[in-house]
Ligand binder design. Structure first.
Ligand SMILES: NC(=O)c1ccc[n+]([C@@H]2O[C@H](COP(=O)([O-])OP(=O)(O)OC[C@H]3O[C@@H](n4cnc5c(N)ncnc54)[C@H](OP(=O)(O)O)[C@@H]3O)[C@@H](O)[C@H]2O)c1
Length: 308
């Protein structure tokens, strides 16, 4: 494919992985859009354009010559970016929607972070020629890293970016897990490392045809097997608390009543898990690109081998 120019909005860990793979695996050019100057990124030779997402003219100007926008930002700022991209006749737009399939996300859930509104906007502009694609990847392996996702500058907006904030604490060897869903079936999730997700997205840049949803999955596992993998890695049996949807709903009601917002977010993440929001069985990007995702256990061993 001919060289294109890409704008990556946001500068978190995922944005930086994208930049890394664009610069090492392709001949495409890219810029970051950020609210800050980010001298650290500029020091790597990466171009950072400072933008104010409330200033539509400035946003449009920053998108001059851009072919594809990859957004890692959410909410009102992303809407403004989508509008500016459409004004600028950007060809392709990837929204910040790197989790489950949008169709399985519960309506009006706090986990949405404005994603539904962004998608509605993109569906509208698609009629006028701006393509978009969601990259569904399940949950990031990095949720189980020493130091949590925060170590990778990931998940700041999720309230579960600390070590042990989601399902299990590998250091203290404790798991709080809903093994079964409301129907009594084992809960499954698709998982991918953020790094592999970035490789998939970068590989998809060169595909001549885009669909509105690309699905990738490093490994699909039952929650019980995720804990087992961590137990084997640590060489000990974890202390396990088995959660039911009923007990989760009860805890959620309590978190709401006591105004504990962080706890509400955490419980919503677990409830979305048992509802199957991060599970799918039909990855459709694997056969189109040449990426070999890391298996969960291999990633886990590597991540914890050098844990402080
Ligand atoms: N599947 C998973 O397990 C998983 C886990 C975590 C995240 N994710 C996904 O990864 C993406 C990024 O999420 P995140 O939580 O890591 O990052 P985030 O907190 O949403 O921040 C991403 C970027 O948004 C910009 N930003 C933050 N607050 C902003 C504001 N108020 N106005 C405008 N821009 C703002 C920042 O860029 P600047 O500071 O450079 O402007 C930041 O780098 C999301 O799509 C999320 O769903 C997935």
């Amino acid at each position: 494919m001919a060289m294109i120019k890409i704008a990556i909005a946001g500068t978190s860990g995922l944005a930086q992985y994208l930049a890394h793979y664009i610069s090492t695996q392709t001949y495409h050019q890219f810029i970051f859009l950020s609210r800050n100057n980010n001298p650290g990124l500029a020091a790597k030779g990466w171009q950072v354009i400072k933008v104010d997402y409330n200033n539509s003219n400035q946003l449009q100007y920053a998108l001059t010559g851009i072919h594809t926008v990859i957004s890692t930002i959410s909410g009102q700022a992303e809407i403004a970016l989508i509008d500016a991209a459409a004004q600028r006749h950007i060809r392709r737009f990837v929204p910040s929607e790197f989790e489950g399939r949008p169709s399985t996300r519960p309506a009006a859930n706090i986990l949405d972070r404005g994603n539904r509104a962004s998608l509605t906007r993109l569906q509208h502009y698609a009629q006028y020629g701006m393509q978009y694609a969601v990259f569904a990847c399940g949950i990031f392996y990095e949720r189980f890293a020493p130091g949590g996702m925060a170590t990778f500058q990931l998940g700041k907006g999720t309230y579960i970016d600390g070590e042990g904030d989601y399902l299990m604490n590998i250091r203290t060897m404790k798991a709080e897990i809903p093994y079964f869903n409301a129907a009594g079936e084992p809960v499954y999730v698709c998982m991918t490392s953020a790094q592999d997700l970035a490789r998939y997205i970068v590989a998809a840049l060169d595909l001549p045809q885009w669909t509105t949803e690309f699905r990738v999955c490093g490994e699909r596992m039952a929650l019980g097997d995720i804990v087992k993998a961590a137990e084997i890695m640590r060489g000990v049996s974890f202390e396990k608390t088995i959660l039911s949807d009923e007990s989760l709903e009860h805890s959620l009601a309590y978190a709401k009543a006591s105004g504990n917002v962080v706890q509400q977010w955490r419980l919503h993440h677990v409830l979305a898990t048992t509802a199957g929001c991060y599970d799918f069985t039909t990855p459709n990007l694997h056969s189109l690109v040449n990426v070999n995702p890391q298996r969960f256990s291999n990633w886990l061993y590597a991540a914890w081998a050098s844990a402080p």
